[in-house]
Design a protein around this ligand. Structure first.
Ligand SMILES: [Zn+2]
Length: 217
């Protein structure tokens, strides 16, 4: 359910204006090929019919990937000078989008504002890396007979935590700080290259009174 828009625009050389198609709403989970285009910084690139030169359509778009808790409003770099104006527009559009999507948007989802190609591409590439690391961890945890605790993905990203953690429950027991620590110790004894989990173990031992990270809904 990604959506295209049309904008009358002209190329940077100033040829005749033409109607350029661009992606205005991208569902990264349902359109993985568009997710790849955004990550490769090639989304909404068009060719001028006059001179064949390629350029980016100067239009904002929304990138939505609910499984990873990502709702990004991506504006062209040239819009940055009026950041406050676009931030207000983002909030208005967000309210409209929430209505349009009805129950499909998680209630605690917060939009984030991006300018230019690099920052949104960096986010998606870092999420790809994190999900690969998570798959390695879950495979190792499975071999060791550990359970897996899935953290709320947006919380994990903002806190710099892995999106899932191993834990070693006693029979019938849910996740606790003690069995998360035990799970991480067992994981790291088997594979000491999972550095993000090493950092997490240190943090869990240090913050004995803070609540556990929220789980994935
Ligand atoms: Zn041109």
């Amino acid at each position: 359910m990604s959506i295209k828009g049309v904008l009358e625009t002209s190329c940077p050389k100033g040829c005749e204006p033409f109607e350029a198609e661009f992606w205005s709403f991208i569902h990264g989970g349902k359109s993985p090929e568009l997710r790849e285009l955004v990550a490769a910084k090639e989304c909404n690139l068009v060719a001028c019919p006059g001179c064949q030169g390629v350029f980016f359509v100067p239009a904002p778009y929304i990138y939505f990937e609910p499984a990873e808790d990502i709702l990004a409003f991506v504006f062209p770099e040239s819009f940055r000078a009026e950041e406050e104006r676009w931030r207000r527009k983002m909030h208005d559009d967000f309210i409209g989008l929430r209505k349009a999507l009805g129950g499909k948007m998680p209630l605690d989802m917060e939009p984030e504002l991006f300018f230019g190609l690099d920052s949104i591409a960096d986010l998606l590439n870092s999420e790809t890396y994190r999900s690969e690391e998570r798959e390695v961890m879950e495979a190792v945890a499975g071999e060791l007979g550990l359970s897996v605790y899935r953290i709320h993905p947006g919380f994990a990203r903002r806190q710099g935590l892995p999106a899932s953690l191993p834990f070693a429950p006693a029979k019938g027991e849910g996740v606790t700080r003690a069995n998360l620590i035990a799970g991480l110790e067992k994981l790291l004894a088997a594979n000491d290259r999972l550095s993000a989990y090493q950092d997490c173990l240190v943090a869990l031992r240090a913050a004995a009174d803070s609540p556990l990270p929220p789980s994935r809904a």
